[in-house]
Design a protein around this ligand. Structure first.
Ligand code: UN1
Length: 480
């Protein structure tokens, strides 16, 4: 076909083509965002071999060289935030302001890790034996496989690539098949910013082909993964087999507790954001609103009124609050769960309908169930859509028990004006991140991110805590 551009994979510093797939806009399925190459298993092996070959040089590169590449990347992402934000909104479906915000976050992450390159530190201690000194340093671990999900197409690749490179590792990146566009764009930027060949390789394509080839490789020193619980388990099992480091960020079923003494506006804003912004497609979203009796009816009616004001429409349209669901498969999952909720005996308080808009897309009303119990499937399983349930409880103590009664443990929120309850919740929540009077989602880029129980495995991502995964500690003894 004439004039057909295919965005290619980057392997050992060369753009490599092959079979291609269409990247479709979920707000308008007639809009093809672009055609993107799909790597084969052999391409993936080549990319891993390139990352392995580039490791000895890159891991010993000067910190100023690494700093310069990451800083330049940050600057270019920021300068192109509107264009990249638009690409993100088109391929993933979050609203343009959300997408631009995520793009800025990616730039900030590269900027942060550019700084970290200049702050690499170790420790020196005396040995317990006389005349011997001990040095403790951190070294890069090797070629790293990065597998990223579709819901944060630019921020999650950024928060895995930036520390990987800053600490001297080489990378094979496999972005989610649904959203290759932003990943391609940041790889292009990093490549032009001066990365030596093979340091960063891009293998877009299917999990069953590319992801599988990564799992089977004995040459990756680590795999960092964000995505579903099922795939996370497979990453873990394959990594044990190959004696490699792994880091998993998986699902969430995050509770948001609303107490009688909460500021109603604060509670409603936090719950609306947590449950429905970004179309509820965040592992930090809250889909369990645990509300005490005294505020229950006021809260449900205020949240329902708020949901009525939210426009579900094309992600690029001004005034859209909630974009489409990412694809038909996810829409079916969401609507199946809505049916399950009804059958389980929860009451539909708002939404539940698939919507038609000017363009063919996957539009779903924000959906709120009330009279839910914590044992219902809609309260136990991650839906990953704009669907939340209200669970009525007697008091704070019951709220805390229900909040912690989940196989997950990523994020947990509480809306209260009581210092006593806020403090107690921060100490006793079984989640990795706790939010007081704030949404459960929407995290800072410079502090640790991660969860407990079924949500996460391995050390934290982001901020200086990222060094735990992307480096290995060396202890050296020297006789003086
Ligand atoms: C956020 O809430 O700001 O996949 C980030 C996810 C998370 C990122 C959430 N890993 O939804």
């Amino acid at each position: 076909m004439k004039g057909r551009t295919v965005f290619k994979n980057l392997i050992d510093g060369e753009w490599v083509s092959g079979e291609a797939g269409k990247n479709i806009n979920p707000s308008d399925t007639n809009d093809v965002v672009g055609e993107y190459a799909r790597a084969s298993a052999q391409d993936t092996k080549d990319a891993i071999a390139a990352a392995k070959a580039a490791f000895p040089t890159w891991s010993r590169s000067g910190i100023l060289e690494r700093h310069a590449v990451l800083k330049k990347t940050s600057d270019e992402i920021l300068a192109r935030k509107d264009e990249l934000g638009k690409l993100l909104a088109r391929e993933e479906g979050k609203t343009l302001p959300e997408a631009i915000g995520e793009t800025i976050r990616a730039a900030q992450i590269f900027d942060f890790f550019a700084g970290e390159c200049l702050r690499l530190a170790g420790e020196t201690l005396p040995s317990v034996r006389p005349n011997i000194g001990v040095e403790i340093t951190r070294e890069a671990i090797g070629p790293i496989g990065i597998i990223t999900p579709w819901n944060f197409p630019i921020a999650i690749p950024a928060w895995k690539i930036a520390p990987a490179l800053a600490y001297g590792n080489t990378v094979v990146l496999k972005p989610a098949d649904l959203v290759p566009g932003c990943a391609w764009a940041i790889v292009d930027i990093l490549h032009r910013a001066g990365l030596p060949k093979g340091v960063l390789n891009l293998v877009m394509g299917r999990g069953s082909v590319v992801g599988q080839a990564m799992l089977e490789s004995s040459d990756l020193a680590g795999i960092t993964f964000t995505g579903s619980t099922g795939t996370g388990k497979r990453v873990a099992l394959a990594s044990i087999e190959h004696n490699r480091k792994y880091q998993l960020e998986m699902g969430g079923k995050n509770p948001m507790v609303i107490l009688d003494d909460a500021d109603l506006n604060v509670a409603v804003e936090a719950a609306a954001n947590s449950g429905f912004f970004s179309t509820g497609q965040r592992c930090t979203a809250s889909s369990r609103l645990i509300v005490t009796e005294g505020i229950h009816d006021r809260f449900v009616s205020a949240l329902t009124e708020k949901l009525k004001t939210l426009n579900v429409d094309d992600a690029l349209k001004q005034g859209t609050h909630i974009g489409p669901v990412v694809d038909d498969k996810q829409l079916k999952t969401d609507t199946d769960y809505i049916e399950i909720g009804k059958q389980e005996g929860a009451t539909l308080a708002f939404g539940g309908e698939v919507l038609k808009r000017d363009t063919p897309g996957f539009y779903l009303q924000p959906t709120l169930f009330v009279n839910a119990t914590n044992s219902m499937r809609i309260a136990r399983e991650e839906i990953f859509g704009p669907v939340a349930s209200v669970i009525r409880v007697k008091d704070y103590e019951e709220a805390l028990t229900v909040a912690n009664d989940t196989p997950f443990g990523l994020s947990a929120g509480i809306a209260t004006t009581s210092l006593k309850h806020a403090t107690h919740f921060k100490r006793n929540s079984e989640a990795g991140m706790v939010m007081v009077n704030l949404p459960t989602a929407g995290v800072d880029f410079h502090v640790p991110f991660g969860g407990r129980k079924g949500s996460s495995f391995g050390s934290r991502e982001q901020g200086k805590y990222a060094a735990e995964f992307f480096t290995t500690v060396k202890t050296a003894y020297t006789l003086a």
